[in-house]
Design a binder for this molecule. Structure first.
Ligand code: MG
Length: 439
């Protein structure tokens, strides 16, 4: 600082026009913040209803009362994530400087040597988000301000409309339009809906699989009919999305992408499984239907070529599965350079801390496309004060410093993790011969 600026600041600070407590604050700010260390990390698990299997970390600093919260939720492997943080990651974090977010991200990334696993991503994301929360609280600002401030006034959401037939779907779509949503995902009865042979029906093997079976030919016939129906019923203004959940063989994925082109989708999601992403080149050659991909992404090698080769239009990473706010900002910057947009994944199992991590990034980035909605019952808002609110198709955080959310640990402790059901869960879908169809 030059002599002139320093003397000007001294003059200002000494001015009788500035109250003493403001002078003290200004003096503190111009000195920078005192050094911190990570004193402890608490791993908090809770299942407060529904499909929730939440794992949170509370990073406690050397400054009394200053802590940050992060999400490490992984609905299928919650206990494994909690154990990995407790026994492997936490001992490396204690004693470190929580201000050094980038350095601690890189440190955590290489600590297990084998990197880019789902469980590591959860641990790394949780720490990262908690550190941004701490930095925001220290600055007295919401995290989006530290990222560069708002690039939009609020975060637009897409809703999940669903119905087992066209009539039920119509009612669901109308409800969301009436609520103010401009973007609506339309499904015919959940995962693979519109493509199922009823239990016991169809030509089956003599012994074995008798339950509901997925058939891609039925699906590829039905879904374009659904869009035809919805465009006649609701017109062209509403932005329609659809999630294929990776159930198709690559050639049928190309076929469906072509067939829905006349209905001007906002995007078609996960038309291919992660193992077959090279087929996006074939899709690009035959149709302009916008492609979204990335809910199952774990490793940057999965999404980087899709973005840099401009093979998708929206990247769908879950922020707490791919490295937290730091990773989301970098992915968003890559998207911006290549004309791709973001659509961070949510889903009914997800938690309010991950939602807010997405929200703060969404508010700031230029490559924002849309945010998937996720809403929580009143008891979650009570357990986690500051949980974001959904109003008229937009998401609103609390604007409190940091992430703007807290966790009532006493309430969380009332709902310990519940064991997952034995046997098959929703990830198991089978064809009529009893073979697995990839989700
Ligand atoms: Mg999806």
């Amino acid at each position: 600082m030059s002599l002139t600026r320093r003397s000007l600041l001294s003059t200002l600070l000494a001015s009788p026009l500035i109250p003493a407590h403001v002078q003290a604050q200004l003096a503190q700010r111009t000195r920078g913040l005192p050094k911190l260390t990570i004193k402890d990390v608490k791993v908090i698990t809770t299942s407060p209803g529904g499909r929730y299997q939440w794992v949170f970390v509370k990073v406690i600093t050397s400054e009394p009362g200053l802590y940050g919260l992060g999400s490490a939720s992984n609905v299928q492997q919650a206990a494994a994530v909690a154990n990995a943080i407790e026994t492997f990651y936490k001992p490396g974090w204690i004693g470190k400087d929580p201000d050094r977010i980038e350095d601690l991200w890189q440190y955590t990334h290489v600590r297990p040597y084998w990197r880019n696993s789902t469980i590591q991503n959860n641990a790394q994301s949780a720490l990262d988000v908690a550190l941004w929360d701490i930095k925001g609280k220290r600055a007295g600002m919401p995290v989006y301000e530290l990222l560069g401030g708002k690039a939009r006034d609020a975060v637009p959401l897409y809703a999940h409309a669903d119905g087992k037939d066209f009539q039920a779907l119509d009612e669901s779509v109308k409800k969301y339009i009436d609520e103010g949503y401009r973007h609506i995902r339309v499904q015919l009865g959940g995962y693979g809906g519109g493509g199922f042979v009823a239990p016991g029906q169809g030509s089956r093997p003599r012994e074995g699989f008798k339950a509901q079976a997925f058939d891609e030919d039925i699906y590829v016939e039905t879904i374009p009919q659904m869009f035809e129906h919805l465009r006649v019923k609701f017109g062209k203004e509403v932005k329609l999305l659809h999630d294929v959940h990776e159930h198709l063989s690559p050639a049928m994925a190309v076929e469906l992408s072509k067939r829905v082109e006349p209905y001007r989708l906002f995007f078609l999601e996960d038309v291919l499984p992660p193992e077959q992403i090279s087929w996006f080149k074939n899709i690009r050659q035959v149709t302009t239907t916008p492609m979204a991909m990335g809910e199952l992404n774990v490793n940057p090698h999965e999404w980087v070529p899709l973005i840099t080769d401009r093979l998708i239009d929206f990247v769908r990473n879950r922020v707490s599965q791919t490295g937290g706010i730091t990773a989301a900002k970098k992915t968003a910057a890559l998207c911006e350079t290549h004309g791709v947009r973001t659509a961070w994944q949510e889903g009914g199992d997800n938690d309010p801390i991950n939602q807010l991590a997405s929200y703060h990034v969404d508010l700031n980035i230029t490559s924002f496309g849309i945010q998937e909605e996720n809403h929580f019952p009143d008891m979650i808002h009570e357990m986690m004060p500051g949980t974001a609110k959904l109003i008229g198709g937009y998401l609103y955080g609390s604007d409190n410093p940091g992430l703007g959310i807290d966790l009532n640990e006493q309430l969380a402790a009332k709902w310990p993790l519940v064991p997952l059901p034995k046997g098959d869960i929703w990830t198991t879908v089978r064809g009529i011969d009893g073979s697995i169809v990839k989700p």
